[in-house]
Design a protein around this ligand. Structure first.
Ligand code: MEZ
Length: 549
C-alpha cells in the first residue's frame, strides 16, 4: 500500500512517463541548461524570500542600528534581558574556567578539543544534550579539496561565486585552506567516510561546485562527524567539563567591557549559575526556529538565535543577518515530515526536479538560493506545482532515477536515513518521487568575526552558524560542516592565546545589559520582548488562552 493516495498516484504517472527520456539524456551527460547570470539575478529578485520587503524592518538600537533584518530578528535584537528583574550575585562564581564554550554542536566541540590540546580548562554549556545541534542533523556531506585535480584555490572560487562575491575573503581563505586538514583530522579520529572498495574517498558534486569534493557518510554525515568529535571530547574528562540542559542567558563583562563569563540557566532545576572565564566562545548556532517569512525549517529545536542576541547586547557587530538560506528541497508530504531536509546529495546522485506535467524546469545543482527561486517560481508563478491535501505547494524530486542511473540498491545504500524516513509512511523513494518545496535551512550571516574567530569585543569569540561573513549571502552545500570545524578549531586556539594573556580576575558585571536597556528606552521601545527565548513556543493561541484549573 503506497503512502501516496490515489490522486497523487495519478499525478506520478506524468513523472514516470517523462523519466526514460530524462534518464537517457543524463546518461549522455546532457543536462538541463543552467540559468544565465542575468536570469539568476532576475529570478532571485522576483521569487527568493530574502528579496521581499514585507516582514523586514530596521533595528533601532545597538551596533547595527538602522540596518534592516527580518522582523523576528529585529524584535529579538531589541529584547530585554531575562535577568533584568532578577538579582543575581555575581561576586561568587559557581564555575571558574579558562574557556567557556556556549553551545555544544560541531563548532563548540571542535573548539573545546583545540583549547584542551593547548592545556586549557574548558567548560562547555549546552541548551539540550551534548551534540543536539544542526551539525548532528546535517546530511549530505562536507567539502574539502583533497583529491587529485582539485585544490583550495578552486574551492575558494566556488565559495566566493556561490556567495555572489559578498563573502569575507580572509574567512573563505581560512576555510578552504584548512579543509584538507579537517578531513584528515576526522579520519584520524575514526570517521567512517564513504569510500570505494580500494579505499579511495567517494566524492561528489554539490550545487555550485566546480570539482567533486563532497565527502559523505551516507546521508548522516553530520551525525558521524558529531559521533567522533563528541566521543573525543567526552573522553577528556581532565580538561573538558560539559553542562547539559544549561543554556547561557547573558554574557558577563568587566569594567572595560571585555567579556569575562556568562550566566547559565539550568532548565531542570531552574537555577542560575555564574561562570567566570578568561575567554568565551559563542557557538550556539542560528535562527531557523524563528521561522523567518513563515517557512518551516530543517533546524533543531534549540536554533533560536540566543548567541546573537547576547553578543549584540555586549557590543558585537553583526553582518549579513538579513540573509537566510532556504534549502530547495524540504519535505511537503507527508505532513508529519513537513520542513525536514531532503539532502542535496539526492540531486548530486542524479535525481531531477520536475513539475506536475513531468517536465524538468531547472538545472538541478544551481546554487541553493537560485534553485529555491526556481522551485518557488514554478509553483507560484508558472502554476505547475502540485498541491498537498493541506494546501502546500510542491514539485517532484524524481529519486527513482538514482537506482536507474547507478544500479539497484543505490538509494538504500547512499540515502539510508531518507529511505527509512519515507518508508515509515508507505513511500519507497527508490521507486516513487518525493514532493518538495524550499525550507528554512541556514542563517547565512551572524556575528562578525576575523579569521581567528575573534569578534569585535575583546574576550569574545564566535564560530559556526552563529558567525557571519564566511558564506556571504549564500552558502554552498557541505561548507557548513566544514565551517563549524575550521572556525571551531581556530576559535579554540585563539581563545587559548587570549586566555594566556588575561588574568581574568576583573569584576564580573552586567553593565553592558544596563546600558543596552537604557538605549532601548531612549529609542522609545516601551515593551521589549524578553530574550533570548531559549526554546520556540509552538503552543497554539487557542490552547494558550484556555483556562486550566
Ligand atoms: O551543507 C548542508 O547544508 C548540507 C550538507 C545539506 C544537505 O543538503 O545535505
Amino acid at each position: 500500500m503506497s503512502g501516496y493516495g490515489e490522486e497523487f498516484q495519478k499525478l506520478i504517472e506524468a513523472v514516470e512517463a517523462s523519466r526514460p527520456a530524462r534518464v537517457e539524456m543524463a546518461k549522455r551527460g546532457e543536462a538541463f541548461p543552467a540559468l544565465t547570470m542575468t536570469q539568476r539575478e532576475e529570478w532571485l529578485g522576483k521569487y527568493h524570500p530574502d528579496y521581499k520587503d514585507e516582514g523586514r524592518r530596521a533595528v533601532k538600537v545597538g551596533p547595527n542600528e538602522g540596518q534592516v533584518f527580518p522582523e523576528e530578528v529585529s524584535e529579538l535584537l531589541e529584547s530585554k534581558s531575562i535577568l533584568s528583574d532578577l538579582k543575581i550575585d555575581l561576586s561568587k562564581p559557581d564555575y571558574e574556567t579558562d574557556l567557556l564554550v556556549i553551545g555544544a554542536g560541531g563548532a563548540g566541540t571542535a573548539a573545546a578539543l583545540a583549547a584542551s590540546d593547548q592545556g586549557l580548562k574548558v567548560l562547555v554549556s549546552t541548551k539540550l544534550r551534548h551534540g543536539d545541534s544542526n551539525t548532528v542533523m546535517a546530511e549530505g556531506g562536507i567539502q574539502g579539496a583533497d583529491q587529485e585535480g582539485d585544490s583550495p584555490y578552486f574551492h575558494y572560487l566556488d565559495v566566493i561565486g556561490g556567495g555572489h562575491f559578498t563573502n569575507d575573503p580572509a574567512l573563505v581563505g581560512a576555510m578552504t585552506n584548512d579543509a584538507p586538514i579537517i578531513i584528515d583530522w576526522l579520519e584520524r579520529m575514526g570517521m567512517m567516510f564513504d569510500k570505494f572498495p580500494d579505499g579511495r574517498m567517494k566524492v561528489r558534486h554539490g550545487g555550485g561546485t566546480s570539482r567533486k569534493r563532497m565527502h559523505s557518510a551516507g546521508d548522516m554525515t553530520g551525525a558521524e562527524i558529531m559521533r567522533v568529535v563528541r566521543d573525543e571530547a567526552r573522553n577528556r574528562t581532565d580538561t573538558i567539563d560539559i553542562l547539559e540542559f544549561s543554556p547561557a542567558v547573558e554574557l558577563l563583562t568587566d569594567d572595560n567591557g571585555d567579556v569575562t563569563g556568562a550566566v547559565l540557566y539550568n532548565l531542570e532545576t531552574k537555577e542560575y549559575y555564574v561562570v567566570r572565564a578568561k575567554s568565551v566562545l559563542i557557538s550556539s548556532g542560528g535562527f531557523g526556529r524563528l521561522h523567518i517569512q513563515g517557512f518551516p525549517t530543517t533546524n533543531h529545536y534549540g536554533a533560536t538565535a540566543d548567541g546573537i542576541i547576547m553578543a549584540y547586547r555586549a557590543g558585537a557587530a553583526l553582518q549579513d543577518l538579513d540573509s537566510t538560506q532556504y534549502h530547495p528541497t524540504g519535505v511537503v508530504y507527508p505532513e508529519q515530515n513537513v520542513g525536514l531536509l531532503i539532502t542535496e546529495k539526492v540531486r548530486g546522485l542524479g535525481a531531477q526536479l520536475v513539475n506536475i506535467d513531468g517536465e524538468q524546469f531547472c538545472f538541478p545543482l544551481e546554487p541553493r538560493d537560485v534553485e529555491s527561486a526556481c522551485v518557488i517560481r514554478e509553483c507560484l508563478d508558472i502554476e505547475k506545482g502540485i498541491v498537498t491535501p493541506t494546501g502546500r505547494p510542491g514539485v517532484w524530486l524524481d529519486s527513482p532515477m538514482i537506482d536507474i542511473l547507478h544500479g539497484e540498491g543505490t538509494v538504500r545504500k547512499e540515502l539510508p536515513a531518507k529511505y527509512i524516513q519515507f518508508k515509515r509512511y508507505g513511500i519507497d523513494i527508490s521507486k516513487q518521487p518525493m514532493l518538495i518545496y524550499p525550507t528554512l535551512h541556514y542563517q547565512n550571516g551572524g556575528i562578525k568575526i576575523g579569521a581567528d574567530a575573534a569578534t569585535s569585543v575583546p574576550g569574545l569569540f564566535g564560530a559556526g552558524e552563529v558567525a557571519g561573513g564566511v558564506h556571504g549571502r549564500n552558502r554552498l552545500m557541505g561548507n557548513s560542516l566544514l565551517d563549524v570545524l575550521v572556525f571551531g578549531r581556530r576559535a579554540g586556539l585563539a581563545a587559548a592565546e587570549h586566555a594566556g594573556k588575561t588574568k581574568g580576575d576583573g569584576k564580573l558585571t552586567l553593565g553592558h545589559v544596563t546600558e543596552f536597556e537604557k538605549s532601548l528606552k531612549d529609542a522609545g521601545i516601551k515593551k521589549p520582548t524578553v530574550g533570548p527565548i531559549i526554546l520556540p513556543d509552538y503552543t497554539p493561541d487557542h490552547v494558550k488562552s484556555r483556562q486550566w484549573c
